[in-house]
Design a protein around this ligand. Sequence first.
Ligand code: SF4
Length: 73
Amino acid sequence: MAPESAGVPPLGGRGLCAACANARMVTSARGTSFVLCGLSRTDERFARYPRLPVLACAGFARREERGGRDEEA
Ligand code: SF4
């Protein structure tokens, strides 16, 4: 009996990656999900799959949230 979110830490468990524009969630064939750091493609300082939670990161860029009232004209 595997937990529903096997391998996926809760939102807060991902640390900065949870709110980072460079982060993408990828899911393996086994259904395990990981954070993929987009900066790893061009900068070797960043791990492709960072160890979570990331608490401090030089590449962190806050992702813009959509659907907020601020976007209404
Ligand atoms: S830049 Fe840092 S915070 Fe952003 S996805 Fe990569 S490791 Fe996570």
